[in-house]
Ligand binder design. Structure first.
Ligand SMILES: *[C@@H]1O[C@H](CO)[C@@H](O)[C@H](O)[C@H]1NC(C)=O
Ligand SMILES: *[C@@H]1O[C@H](CO)[C@@H](O)[C@H](O)[C@H]1NC(C)=O
Ligand SMILES: *[C@@H]1O[C@H](CO)[C@@H](O)[C@H](O)[C@H]1NC(C)=O
Ligand SMILES: *[C@@H]1O[C@H](CO)[C@@H](O)[C@H](O)[C@H]1NC(C)=O
Ligand SMILES: *[C@@H]1O[C@H](CO)[C@@H](O)[C@H](O)[C@H]1NC(C)=O
Ligand SMILES: *[C@@H]1O[C@H](CO)[C@@H](O)[C@H](O)[C@H]1NC(C)=O
Ligand SMILES: *[C@@H]1O[C@H](CO)[C@@H](O)[C@H](O)[C@H]1NC(C)=O
Length: 745
């Protein structure tokens, strides 16, 4: 939180090698002779302050400079044309300033930089640079991995020689005034993961050679003038996760091979002129979150297989010529927004939508639906639902102003089931399933597993769509990582509660304890596992921060949704204090949590591009939100099945030490067994037994001969009620009594 200007005397320390004042509120100009007074400077960071004025040209005299980070300030003027003298320069980041002359060509500095043969990252994004790219861009270092020129006023076309930069991972040119065709050379960039050329004036046919960029993760070509169809060769991009092509003139058929890209999470084709039907193969996209094919000329029926896209959160198909019966999508319970208006769907309205408890927006307008509008769920909220323009609808919430329906039979009476009997039935079946699963597990464990392709290792977490956050932001959010905000300590780090203004949310910040051996690896494991996955029952990650702290030490943190109801461990076992007695979970709550955890595990094991094994499933890693929905957290030990050679241990190359948690860890891991999804299922079985018996697997009554598993097995079937968590019985009994009182009265 430093403010003011830097005392001039500080610049006289000629032996200075690393200078960092990142993320303060410092202002003023950098001294004109900076490069001369700092002859030994290697790293110069002033990111995130309020510095103004020009970048000193004398920097080119600081011949040892490798990292120059001036981003997020208010620097003005031209970028010096002599930075090419810095032969050791690796990292030049000038983004998010107000650089640019406003008059003449600003891009000359690129020609100078061709001398910097070690350059890896060059970013001038988000400035006011004018002019065309020089052809010498082709002579920039082939070591270049990131080139970011977006959000400027760059005109002209992309020089065809850009293909020389074959090591590029990130090429970002969105939000400029560029035009012409996309040069074929881009197809030679075999390592490219992000290609963003959106909001320019590029034209003509869709660059079909993009199918050669097989590592592509994000492709953004929105708001250009591309024509023709989406080439089926795009299916070669088998890691492609986000495909943005909206607002172009694409007018071909929607090819079914596009739907072979099973890694897709976002498919945005809005506002083109695509024709044909939505292929049945859309059901292959198990990870798809956003499907936007609105405002096209698509027709036919919506395939029933769409119900298999069970990660879907946003469905936008409005403004097409779809017709027929809209299929039942009752599996898509995570839906947030659904707009199917302005089509020609007929028959009865979609009753299952009542059960979509996350839905925020539903537009069924201007179709041909008929019958009674449901009353529950989102239909209760007239401002979130639109049904206008369907002439045959009736009933529903009065605010929808529909005519009343003809009267109907009174609702069926619900049967009463004895509570105690129901508990016994449910618990016996839970225990039976656990035993059955363990049997299956021992049977299958011997079978060989199918081979997966080599994992896709990203060099950098793509900035795209990730909130960029600094040590300073997190420090402020958590009041300096104060004790008052400490909410938990895990094996590799501490959790703090914080209020992050930039997203207006309470978050949980996991700060890695990097002195702990393996913590750094666990950070990487967690980033990799969470990078590609999303499910309503997994703890949502907002961003990561890998930086240096106020003392100059490495700092790594992950920022998650804050879970108001803590973890399951606290609910199941917290001390016998009076105040926690009321924290008991009811049977139904426990069952819901069990189902939530199962559906997240099913997703990790069976629906991700590569199966993910969590390796550390236990009550303290199951977090509960406001509504008591369960979310699995802590992926610090997670493994991709395809690469898992060791067991669920962190340092499997160095030492065979088991790092999962005793009691929950499958026994074969202790004997050197390989990581498998069955290991998680074992832990899940233990978790179920623990939830319904209230006993920890590490309870002192379980010693060498008796385990929780045997304890439960021995009680089956006659003595189930003896091993059931007694609190469960008393809570249920009370609840039953309460419900019965009015009847008795
Ligand atoms: C700095 O570099 C310039 C050439 O750009 C040179 O003329 C000048 O002598 C150098 N200054 C020092 C102090 O080395
Ligand atoms: C490139 O480096 C050479 C010497 O290594 C130097 O003579 C030349 O001026 C540099 N070019 C630019 C544009 O800085
Ligand atoms: C790139 O470098 C080569 C060889 O150093 C040179 O012949 C060519 O003219 C340069 N191209 C541009 C556009 O500067
Ligand atoms: C794309 O890959 C194919 C086959 O590897 C190759 O023949 C073709 O030249 C490549 N296209 C471009 C533009 O690099
Ligand atoms: C909608 O479908 C019905 C038959 O299902 C047809 O008669 C009608 O013309 C269609 N309306 C439009 C606008 O396509
Ligand atoms: C109803 O919908 C509006 C708009 O989507 C939303 O702001 C509001 O919170 C919803 N109300 C309830 C009770 O869910
Ligand atoms: C639903 O779509 C129709 C037609 O596009 C639009 O007029 C209406 O405002 C939308 N409803 C809501 C709630 O946004």
């Amino acid at each position: 939180m430093l403010f003011g200007s830097i005392p001039p005397a500080l610049y006289n320390l000629s032996s200075m090698a690393i200078f960092s004042v990142t993320e303060n509120q410092l202002h003023g100009n950098l001294p004109v002779d900076l490069g001369i007074t700092f002859p030994n400077i290697v790293k110069f960071y002033v990111v995130g302050n309020r510095f103004t004025g020009p970048i000193p040209t004398s920097l080119s005299n600081a011949s040892k400079l490798e990292w120059l980070e001036l981003s997020s300030n208010q620097f003005t003027g031209q970028i010096p044309m002599n930075l090419g003298r810095l032969e050791g320069l690796r990292w030049l980041n000038l983004e998010n300033n107000t650089l640019g002359s406003g008059e003449v060509e600003d891009m000359g500095f690129l020609s100078s930089l061709t001398n910097c043969s070690l350059l890896e990252r060059l970013s001038v994004c988000s400035n006011r640079l004018i002019g065309a790219l020089p052809t010498s861009i082709a002579n920039l270092s082939t070591n270049l991995q990131q080139l970011c020129l977006g959000m400027n006023q760059i005109s002209g076309s992309i020089p065809s020689g850009i293909g020389n930069l074959f090591n590029l991972i990130l090429l970002y040119m969105s939000d400029n005034f560029m035009a012409g065709m996309i040069p074929e050379g881009i197809g030679k960039m075999g390592k490219l993961q992000l290609l963003a050329l959106g909001r320019n004036n590029f034209s003509k046919e869709f660059p079909s050679f993009i199918g050669n960029n097989t590592q592509l993760f994000v492709l953004d070509l929105v708001m250009n003038n591309f024509e023709g169809s989406i080439p089926s060769t795009l299916e070669n991009c088998r890691f492609l996760s986000k495909l943005y092509l909206s607002y172009n003139n694409l007018n071909g058929y929607l090819h079914k091979r596009i739907f072979n890209i099973t890694s897709l999470q976002i498919l945005d084709l809005e506002a083109n002129s695509l024709v044909g039907s939505l292929p049945m193969e859309v059901g292959n996209l198990k990870g798809l979150r956003i499907l936007d094919i609105s405002e096209n000329k698509l027709f036919g029926e919506i395939p029933r297989s769409l119900d298999n896209c069970f990660s879907l959160e946003n469905l936008h198909i409005e403004g097409n010529f779809f017709r027929g019966t809209f299929p039942s999508l009752s599996s898509l319970k995570g839906m947030l927004q659904m707009d199917i208006c302005r089509n020609n769907f007929s028959r009865e309205i979609l009753e299952y939508i009542e059960n979509f408890s996350y839905l925020e927006y539903l537009n069924l307008s201007y179709n041909d639906f008929e019958g009674e509008v449901p009353q529950e769920g989102i239909f209760k909220n007239a401002s979130a639902v639109s049904v206008i323009g369907n002439k045959k609808l009736c009933g529903g919430s009065p605010a929808l102003l529909l005519p009343a329906c003809p009267s109907q039979d009174s609702k069926k009476q619900k049967r009463r089931v004895s509570r105690r009997r129901m508990i016994a039935i449910i618990i016996s079946s839970v225990i039976c399933s656990v035993l059955l699963l363990s049997l299956l597990f021992y049977y299958y464990i011997r079978k060989s597993k199918k081979k997966h392709p080599e994992p896709h290792l990203a060099m950098n977490p793509l900035e795209e769509q990730l909130l960029q956050i600094s040590y300073g932001d997190l420090s402020r959010a958590t009041e300096g990582f104060s004790q008052a905000n400490l909410i938990g300590v895990g094996s590799y780090g501490s959790f703090y509660k914080g209020s992050l203004d930039r997203i207006g949310k309470i978050v949980a910040v996991k700060v890695l304890n990097l002195e702990r051996r393996g913590a750094s690896k666990s950070f990487v494991a967690e980033c990799r596992a969470l990078r590609n996955i999303r499910h309503r029952n997994l703890l949502k990650i907002h961003t990561v921060c890998s930086s240096i702290d106020s003392k100059g030490d490495d700092f790594k943190a992950l920022v998650f949704d804050y879970m108001a109801n803590g973890n399951l461990e606290q609910w199941l076992h917290v001390s016998r204090d009076e105040q926690y007695q009321s924290k008991n979970l009811t049977l139904i709550q426990r069952l819901n949590i069990a189902v939530d955890v199962a559906s997240a595990l099913n997703y990790l094991h069976n629906s991700c591009e590569k199966s993910i094994v969590h390796c550390d499933l236990k009550p303290s890693n199951i977090l509960l939100d406001d509504d008591m929905n369960a979310h699995i957290g802590d992926f610090g030990l997670a493994r991709f099945l395809s690469e898992a050679t060791g067991n669920c241990s962190q340092n499997h190359t160095n030492s065979p030490g088991i790092k999962g948690t005793i009691g929950y860890l499958a026994p074969e891991y202790g004997m050197g067994g390989k990581v498998s999804t069955f290991g998680d299922i074992y832990s899940y079985g233990i978790l179920l037994l623990e939830m319904f018996t209230g006993k920890k697997p590490t309870d002192e009554i379980f010693n060498g001969s008796l385990s929780l598993h045997q304890f439960a097995k021995l009680a089956l079937p006659e003595r189930v009620m003896e091993i059931v968590d007694q609190r469960l019985l008393s809570v249920e009994a009370e609840a039953v009594n309460e419900r019965q009182t009015p009847i008795n009265a």
